[in-house]
Design a binder for this molecule. Structure first.
Ligand code: AHM
Ligand code: MG
Length: 338
């Protein structure tokens, strides 16, 4: 993957250049992504100061400006909604944090897209200074324009996404997105307040030697899944395979981001407790699968391509196996062996 050294390209510039290359571009979509980048900057600012609020002696109820301190995930949810509700590009939003569709306020125009998002993924890591992220997915509405979005606008299979991506708040903050023409990564430069292109045309390695899964669930998995993990940890000389390494952060954004760059596989399979898996199809699995596929990877629920699942409800869950194409093939081989 070539790193960009010779040009400084902001995410805005990149989006506009991408848009100029596509037929029928109206500028609507660029403006939408630009608004989202602003929301991510605001969330980033808050995440970076998360520990400070307590350190500066706030009561837990109020911050240093005397404002109510919200939990970070609620804060991120509100920021995205408020940044996106008035641009005229969306006819509705859906968040992992809200049971129902979030409508566009009546005073604003309804646009032709819907936005689905997980405002702050990796909730168990929020309070311990470990990487967390925001995940987003954009679909074109299927109902008539200039009316409020309806459930059917959101319940579309993942291959219909027109853009998706994530922001990872880690040692540095990065925004990675695809609009269906490859995957691009931007690193946030706080000194200029911009996301700058740092990872051009990301391609996932065809095969990697890292597996990423919550292995504490081992005894809840079915036999095929257990056999795969046992095999992953072994040297298998006849297959010319060495034992894989295990890496598991517990923030999907961080685990998938590493998988995208280093190769390997990230899994959140079904188990006897969560027989449909844990991760949400619309807010987590679809957008991350779209990114990984666009980088040359694969995403499966064990039987079929994640992006072809027809969603039936907003908060539907799915098992997920995502990563380098050959690693996902390996997992499926074990899951489907009789
Ligand atoms: P969340 O949306 O409540 O944060 O849950 C999703 C997260 C993913 O980021 C991560 O892959 C997974 O849950 C970790 O789950 P577990 O703690 O069961 O390993
Ligand atoms: Mg989540």
């Amino acid at each position: 993957m070539p790193l960009v050294h010779n040009k400084v390209i902001t995410i805005e510039r990149h989006i506009i250049e991408q848009q100029e290359r596509s037929d029928g571009a109206t500028g609507d979509f660029s403006a939408l992504l630009r608004d989202m980048a602003l929301a991510f900057k605001i969330i980033n600012r808050e995440v970076m100061q998360a520990g400070l609020v307590d350190a500066l002696g706030a009561t837990g109820q109020e911050n240093v400006q005397g404002e109510i301190v919200q939990k970070l995930d609620e804060f991120a949810n509100t920021v995205i909604y408020r940044a996106m509700d008035h641009g005229g590009h969306l006819c509705g939003m859906a968040s992992e944090e809200n049971a129902e569709i979030l409508p566009i306020p009546k005073e604003y125009r309804c646009g032709k897209y819907v936005l689905l998002f997980d405002p702050l993924d990796g909730s168990s890591n929020i309070d311990v200074n470990v990487s967390i992220g925001t995940i987003f997915s954009i679909l074109k509405r299927v109902t008539p324009e200039d009316t409020p979005g309806e459930l059917q606008d959101f319940l579309q299979p993942g291959y219909k996404q027109i853009a998706a991506g994530y922001t990872i708040y880690g040692p540095s903050t990065m925004l990675v997105y695809t609009a269906g023409r490859g995957v691009y990564g931007f690193t946030y430069d706080p000194s200029v307040g911009e996301f700058l292109l740092s990872h051009d045309d990301i391609r996932i390695p065809e095969h990697g030697s890292i597996y990423s899964v919550n292995e504490g669930n081992y005894h809840k998995w079915d036999a095929g899944m257990k056999r795969y993990i046992d095999w992953a940890k072994m040297d298998v000389p006849e297959e010319d395979k060495k034992a894989y390494s295990l890496r598991y952060i517990g923030s999907m954004v961080a685990d998938v981001h590493r998988t995208l760059l280093y190769g390997g596989v990230f899994l959140y399979p079904a188990d006897i407790k969560s027989y449909k898996g844990k991760l949400r199809l619309l807010y987590e699995a679809n957008p991350m699968s779209f990114v990984v596929e666009q980088a040359g990877g694969r995403a499966s629920n064990g039987q079929s391509r994640v992006l072809e699942i027809q969603p039936e409800k907003l908060h539907q869950r799915t098992p997920l196996i995502v990563g380098s194409p050959k690693n996902v093939d390996e997992v499926e081989r074990f899951l489907n062996a009789t």
